[in-house]
Write a protein that binds this ligand. Structure first.
Ligand SMILES: [Cu+2]
Length: 176
């Protein structure tokens, strides 16, 4: 089960629990109750919640902060400067290592292009825009070695379909 499926199921359970609480409160709302004991209970629950947050949430928060800034913990990115032209890509580097972040600095020399990275099966793995006057940064970690293709994702004129470049992703780490 993927992490997305797990979090979706957990969210669903939490939503159902919350809905059950609301329905329970609604069904009790018709009963006349003494106000003071209800208020006392509510304050007790609020106190317990507060101390759970302090005793559990605070240590977890501090623990999670130990690696900040997170980017400094990651290996130095491999940088590829990519420029789109009508109708080709210019990459200053076409070989990177799998498992280490690759930072694409993407721009265009003429019109808007779409910078799409496809794996060997033709699945889009990452994309950004290539725009004249701007440098868009796209960080991607290639999990699997292989040959990846850069295709233009925005119609940019007559030979748009021919804007294909290749990146070779090799096993393991390189100098970066
Ligand atoms: Cu294009």
């Amino acid at each position: 089960m993927s992490i997305q499926t797990v979090s979706a199921l957990l969210s669903l359970v939490a939503i159902l629990l919350l809905a059950a609480v609301f329905l329970r409160v609604r069904s009790l709302a018709h009963e006349g109750r003494e106000y003071a004991p209800v208020q006392g209970n509510a304050y007790r629950i609020r106190n317990i919640g507060f101390w759970i947050l302090v005793l559990v949430g605070l240590p977890i928060t501090i623990w999670l902060f130990r690696e900040t800034p997170y980017t400094a913990q990651a290996a130095a990115p491999q940088v590829i400067n990519a420029t789109g032209y009508q109708w080709y890509w210019d990459l200053d580097r076409d070989e990177v290592a799998a498992g280490t972040p690759v930072e694409f600095h993407v721009t265009s020399a003429d019109v808007n292009h779409g910078f799409g990275i496809y794996d060997a099966d033709g699945t889009l793995v990452a994309q950004t825009q290539a725009m004249p006057g701007y440098v868009n940064r796209l960080t991607h970690v290639f999990d699997a070695p292989g040959t990846y293709q850069i295709l233009c994702l925005e119609y940019c004129g007559l030979v748009h379909h021919n804007m294909i470049a290749e990146i070779l992703v090799t096993e393991g780490s390189t100098d970066g």
